[in-house]
Design a protein around this ligand. Sequence first.
Ligand SMILES: Nc1nc2c(ncn2[C@@H]2O[C@H](COP(=O)(O)OP(=O)(O)OP(=O)(O)O)[C@@H](O)[C@H]2O)c(=O)[nH]1
Ligand SMILES: [Mg+2]
Length: 425
Amino acid sequence: MASLNQTPSGERLHISIFGRRNSGKSSLINALTGQDIAIVSDVPGTTTDPVSKAMEILPLGPVVVTDTAGLDDVGELGARRVERSLKVLERTDLAILVLDCTREPSPEEDRLAGDIAARGIPLVAVANKCDLADPAPWEKWAAERKLPFAAVSAVRGEGINSLKGLLIRHAPASGDQTIVGDLVSPGDVVVLVTPIDQAAPKGRLILPQVMTIRDVLDQGALAVVTRERELKQAIEGLQRPPRLVITDSQAFLKAVADTPPGVLFTSFSILMARYRGDLEGFVRGSKYIDRLRPGSRVLIAEACTHHTQPDDIGKVQIPRWLRQYVGGELEFGFANGRDFPKDVSRYDLIIHCGSCMITRREVIWRQHQAAELGIPMTNYGVALAKVHGILERALEPFPLARLALDEPEEADRQWRPLQLTGGIR
Ligand SMILES: Nc1nc2c(ncn2[C@@H]2O[C@H](COP(=O)(O)OP(=O)(O)OP(=O)(O)O)[C@@H](O)[C@H]2O)c(=O)[nH]1
Ligand SMILES: [Mg+2]
């Protein structure tokens, strides 16, 4: 488990908090962490030097939060403090600008927003003390500058949850995930099975396949790409068994039949579920497929809006497989976009798309929200493996996720902080 002590500072997301004196920067840190970490007082200029602390913000994970001195600090000493606050930008991945609802916009905010934009650092505007005054003027201010915006009350803890969602959306993607890097060694052969049927795009491969091939090459491993029909032939032609066979979900049954026992086997979409989310969480959610009965309600959630294909995976294929699996009619709801529908709590299970268009952090945030609502959530890749009866086999490369299959029912509904689902090596 990624605990505070184990995650080196370089791999943590560095969040820095800026704003004028007394705007509530230190209070906001305490609200985000749910702990008394930063000193708060009504004396302007309480925080004089940048203070960095490693902490865990659920479900964002391990972060370093830096509290800074007010940007409107006065006098010669004040100017030096402001300079030091700005220097913090050099080690900032994500900046928060705290705006004080009881005060009017001033040139300091614009100056800072400009400095941050010039460095290409994502910035989130937060109007604080919304318990004392209307945040609307700041909302307008942020909209004019096209900044993501949240209104909060740090002392009352209001709006903190939506702020977390905003931070997750705007945090830069973490670079430490790999698709197969922990599964293969240099020189290993990886066989990739990509059906070329009518659904395959003309003249190219789809993105998850391309990303996986690239990652295999980055590991110094050998990529053998074949259609499912030639898989047997491809494996027989090798001088030693492949390390890993990765198939498209469409070819699951043929591919698993033609993969020799002892060879690791999985699918592109399970690899993507791990790359773009918490695979163990999705595996726990998939167990609820067995608890569906005719009439159960399933929400198919897609992160983006795309043109519906005739044999669309979300609209057509998954519902068809699930009906067959359950042996009766189910009630399906469909949702697109970044938020779950308002009536989400009426569903027995959420099945999420492969999330090729959103970040890992955002997917994990959605998993966290579903867990908080007490609704199990799995994803396309894991659900497809499940209804084809090959989930256990396809999880062999991921022992921790495989273990989740055997956990007792009570464990399935609990949210746990994200773990990088360890590969077999
Ligand atoms: N009513 C209300 N008061 C708040 C809120 N947030 C902070 N305060 C109060 O505002 C004062 C300043 O809060 P701090 O968190 O110390 O502000 P800061 O921005 O860190 O201030 P400096 O370190 O001096 O720059 C304290 O008295 C807080 O209790 C809020 O959401 N609502
Ligand atoms: Mg402070």
